[in-house]
Design a protein around this ligand. Structure first.
Ligand code: NDP
Length: 388
């Protein structure tokens, strides 16, 4: 029986993963090793009981008693805190979904990769902030990495269909978010609530605002660099408002292969789980006739400078990704709190990237965390100075 763990089991990707596991037979077909969460201990315990998990871990030590109480008498182990997350992620499993949000996912995902398990990778930070380190750990342990982000899953699927030939171009599609056609002047006054309303995908507030600013696409560009060897020259971002073509690759003979599908993360999750097979999933099939048309345009890098900033970061080491991501997170937090405007986020990130030396590769996670801290400090200092 296949042994699976889900890190970040209570989140949007984690819940969709458990849904796919349930659809494909649940505990009759899979042995669930570890499930992890943070604040949502009730959902974590309910899933651990449903799937008969070996261990359930909350990131928050203050919630351990609640978790223990909910699991009492079930035989499911309960644990809490960052070290327990790493220990659970290190337990032998065949397949691990890495879906903890943010840099908290780095250490557990790296630990899971070190066991040689297949890693279904949703957590962007592993590649954006620690790409070289993460991939060399996975390679040394013989762990296969299968991307779950829908764009990278699309490229992975296209490459799989054409094993052997190297693409000459990678086309990363972007919905363009709610402000795709807004003039710059109007974008200045955007509120966090308006920015969080994504037209096609139902996601958490931070990733939705990142989509509106196209910083999510910036992170995906850096992910594509590590996953597929895409460069600033071979990677093209194309705005495609319908989010039906999830991404594409172009070959030297003029062919372009694309992957299309409904905007439902269960397709990418299911593919990562059953690769190289495909399974039957309750995902709405695409109706091309009903769709009628698909639109494309080039992103406007004046209104969406995140694309330009990512291109600059792609040519440097993973520490440039770590700096971009940390400065972006600090600026995003300030935007949500009403301290800075929507367009200020890219301005802050650009200033931080200009000030930090990010050419040398990270030697270990401590290098990544040190860069993360320094970028956040600089971003906060810049925001405080402009507010004064
Ligand atoms: P959510 O915020 O919905 O879920 C995050 C998960 O991480 C939850 O299980 C949460 O626990 C847990 N968590 C929160 N804080 C910590 C912490 N400090 N330590 C350990 N665990 C923690 O995020 P998503 O599921 O939307 O996204 C997960 C990852 O996948 C992100 O990196 C995102 O960028 C990426 N991704 C998401 C997509 C989507 O469609 N949602 C698409 C592509 C990529 P709890 O809920 O119990 O607090």
């Amino acid at each position: 029986m296949r042994r699976v763990s889900v890190l970040g089991a209570t989140g949007s990707i984690g819940r969709n993963t458990l849904d796919v596991i349930r659809t494909l037979g649940g505990r009759r077909a899979f042995r669930v090793v570890a499930l992890t969460g943070a604040g949502n201990v009730e959902a974590l315990a309910a899933s651990a009981l449903e799937f008969g998990a070996e261990i359930a871990v909350t990131a928050d030590p203050a919630r351990l008693d609640d978790l223990r109480a909910a699991l009492e008498g079930s035989g499911v182990e309960a644990a809490a805190g960052p070290a327990a997350l790493v220990e659970a992620a290190s337990r032998p499993a065949d397949w691990v979904m890495a879906a903890i949000v943010g840099s908290a996912g780095l250490a557990p995902t790296l630990a899971a990769a070190g066991t040689g398990a297949t890693i279904a990778l949703a957590n962007k930070e592993c590649l954006v902030s620690a790409g070289g380190l993460f991939l060399s750990t996975a390679k040394a342990a013989g762990a296969r990495v299968i991307p779950v982000d829908s764009e990278h899953s699309a490229i992975f699927q296209c490459l799989d269909a054409n094993a052997g030939a190297a693409p000459v171009r990678f086309i990363l599609t972007a919905s363009g978010g709610p402000f795709r056609d807004w003039p710059l002047e109007k974008m200045r006054d955007v509120t966090p609530k308006a920015a969080a309303a994504h037209p096609n995908w139902d996601m958490g507030i931070k990733i939705s605002i990142d989509s509106a600013s196209m910083f999510n696409k910036a992170l995906e560009m850096i992910e594509a660099r590590w996953l597929f060897g895409a460069t600033a020259e071979t990677l093209e971002v194309v705005v495609h408002p319908q989010s039906v073509i999830h991404s594409a690759v172009a070959y030297a003979d003029g062919s372009m292969l694309a992957q299309l599908g409904s905007p439902d993360m269960r397709t990418a999750i299911g593919y990562a789980l059953t690769f190289p097979e495909r399974s039957e999933l309750p995902v709405a099939p695409l109706d091309l006739v009903a769709l009628g048309r698909l639109d494309f345009s080039a992103p406007d890098e004046t209104r969406f400078p995140a694309i330009r900033l990512a291109r600059a970061a792609m040519d440097r080491s993973e520490l440039a990704g770590a700096a971009l991501n940390a400065a972006k997170e600090a600026a995003l937090g300030a935007f949500i709190a009403g301290r800075i405007g929507f367009l200020d986020m890219a301005r802050v990130v650009e200033i931080v990237l200009d000030r930090l030396a990010t050419g040398e590769p990270a030697r270990d996670l401590e290098d990544v965390f040190a860069m993360d801290r320094e970028a956040r400090r600089l971003a906060e200092a810049e925001m405080a100075e402009s507010a004064a």
